[in-house]
Write a protein that binds this ligand. Structure first.
Ligand code: FE2
Length: 424
C-alpha cells in the first residue's frame, strides 16, 4: 500500500512537506510533490508526529472496574486486594477481549506500541498466556511487549519464583519486579538480584515497578541501578512509577540521579495513576506523588510515560490516550515553560523509542518505518493543550485508525455557526 501525506508540518522543520510511504517505510520527504498514491491525505498544515508508545499498561485488568467491588479507599493496597479476588477466576478469552478493546482505543489515539504487564502470580498464568496470544493476533495494530509482572512479590512465595521463570520460558519479553511489595527490605534486594539472574539466563530486559509508595524510606531504585551497573545491563532496565522519589531529600535525590544516569535507566512515571493513588495517607499538604520528571530530564535521564490503568481496581477512569497522560504530566511536573511544553512530546515519542531499543528505525525520516499520526492541530502546543482528534494513524505503512475532526457549533447572530478551536 502506498500513502502520500501532503502539506504536513513536522517538529523542528519550518516548511510544509509531503511524506511518501511505500512498503512500510518512509520513502521520501520533500517540499514539492508530483507523485500519486493509493491513499492521499491532505494534512493542510497540521502536525504529523511519529506514533506514540505506552510504556506501562496493565492490559489484564483493564475495564474490570466494580468486579467484584469498587475501590472505596482509592489506595494502591485496596486495588491489589480487589484484583487478587478477581484474578482467582480470570478467564483468558474474556481478558483478551477487554485487552483487545484497550489496544484499539490506544491505536485510535495514535499509540502503536504498548509495553504491558501480565500478572504472573496467579498459578494458571492465564493473563500471561492470553496476552502472549494477543501479541500475535494484534500485531498489525499494536507492537505489544509483555512483561512478566510479579504483582504479589517474588520472594513472598517460592511458587512466585517458579511462575516468574515459567513465564519467561513461555515467551514473556521482560522480567518484572516489585521490590517495595516484598515482605522486607532484605527480600526486596534479593528479588532484584533474582530478577537479574533470570534476565541473564533468558536474555531478557528488566521492566520493574519500583518504589510505588510515598514512603521516603523506600529506596530500591538505587539497588536496581547498582545491580544494572554490576551486571552490565546499562540501557536495558526500565523503572516504573518511582513515586517515593517525590519524597526523598534533595541531597539523596542528587546522588540517586547520578547513579541512574550511570546505569542508563529509563524512568517511567504514570501521571494519572500516580496523582490518583499517592498522597492517600497525607492530610494537608498533600504530596503530588510523582517522580521528579523535570529534574530527571534536566539531569539527562531518559523519561518516558505510561497510562498504567484503564477502568480497573486501581483507577476508575482512563481512555488509553498518551496525550492525556502527557497533559497531566506537564501539570504535575510543572513542565509549563514554553520550550518545556514543546519538548515534552519527547516523553511519549522519542524517549520511549530509546527505552524500547528501536530508536534506529523510529521517527519521521526517509528509510525509517512509517509509524505516524496526523493530529488535528497545527503545532506542538495545540497538540498538548487540546488533545485533538488523531485524524489518521499509520502503522508500518498501513492506515490502521482514523477519527473525524471535531464538529462543534455555537449560537452567533441568531444561528448556529461552526466553531474553531484553533488559535492563530
Ligand atoms: Fe503498574
Amino acid at each position: 500500500m502506498e500513502i502520500l501525506i501532503k502539506n504536513a508540518r513536522l517538529r523542528n522543520v519550518n516548511r510544509l512537506v509531503n511524506i511518501q510511504i511505500s512498503e512500510g517505510k518512509i520513502t521520501s520527504i520533500s517540499g514539492n510533490c508530483k507523485e500519486k498514491a493509493e491513499i492521499e491525505i491532505d494534512a493542510g498544515g497540521r502536525l504529523v508526529l511519529p506514533s506514540f508508545s505506552d510504556m506501562h499498561l496493565h492490559l489484564d485488568s483493564v475495564m474490570t472496574i466494580g468486579i467484584p467491588r469498587y475501590n472505596d479507599s482509592g489506595t494502591l493496597q485496596e486495588g491489589i486486594t480487589i484484583w487478587g479476588e478477581y484474578k482467582k477466576k480470570i478467564n483468558k478469552e474474556e481478558m483478551k477481549n477487554r485487552a483487545r478493546l484497550a489496544c484499539e482505543w490506544n491505536a485510535s489515539h495514535g499509540t502503536t506500541r504498548i509495553r504491558t504487564h501480565a500478572d504472573i502470580t496467579e498459578s494458571t498464568l492465564s493473563a500471561l498466556k492470553g496476552l502472549l496470544e494477543l501479541k500475535q493476533e494484534i500485531k498489525s495494530l499494536i507492537d505489544l511487549e509483555v512483561t512478566a509482572f510479579p504483582q504479589d512479590g517474588i520472594m513472598t512465595d517460592k511458587q512466585n519464583q517458579e511462575l516468574l521463570e515459567k513465564a519467561l520460558e513461555l515467551g514473556a519479553d521482560n522480567v518484572g519486579i516489585i521490590p517495595h511489595q516484598e515482605f522486607t527490605r532484605e527480600d526486596g534486594i534479593k528479588s532484584i538480584e533474582f530478577a537479574f539472574e533470570l534476565a541473564k539466563k533468558y536474555s531478557k530486559n528488566i521492566d520493574g515497578h519500583v518504589d510505588e509508595t510515598d514512603d521516603e524510606n523506600s529506596k530500591f531504585l538505587e539497588v536496581l541501578a547498582a545491580n544494572t551497573i554490576r551486571n552490565h545491563y546499562e540501557g536495558r532496565v526500565t523503572a516504573g512509577h518511582c513515586t517515593a522519589m517525590h519524597s526523598y531529600n534533595n541531597a539523596y535525590a542528587a546522588k540517586l540521579f547520578s547513579l541512574l544516569k550511570q546505569a542508563n535507566i529509563t524512568v517511567v512515571p504514570n501521571p494519572p495513576i500516580n496523582i490518583h493513588l499517592q498522597g492517600r495517607f497525607d492530610t494537608y499538604p498533600k504530596r503530588r506523588g510523582m517522580a521528579r520528571v523535570k529534574e530527571l530530564i534536566q539531569c539527562g535521564i531518559n523519561v518516558a510515560l505510561g497510562n498504567d490503568c484503564i477502568m480497573d481496581p486501581w483507577y476508575p477512569l482512563g481512555r488509553g490516550d498518551m496525550l492525556h497522560s502527557l497533559y497531566l504530566c506537564v501539570h504535575i511536573a510543572q513542565l509549563t515553560g514554553y520550550y518545556e511544553l514543546i519538548n515534552s512530546l519527547d516523553l511519549i515519542t522519542i524517549n520511549s523509542a530509546k527505552a524500547l531499543g528501536i530508536i534506529g528505525n523510529y521517527g519521521i525520516e526517509v528509510g525509517k518505518k512509517a509509524d505516524l499520526v496526523v493530529v488535528d492541530a497545527f503545532n506542538e502546543l495545540e497538540t498538548i493543550r487540546d488533545q485533538p482528534a488523531r485524524l489518521f494513524v499509520i502503522k508500518a505503512g498501513r492506515l490502521v485508525a482514523s477519527t473525524e475532526k471535531r464538529n462543534s457549533h455555537v449560537l452567533r447572530s441568531g444561528k448556529l455557526d461552526p466553531l474553531s478551536f484553533h488559535v492563530g
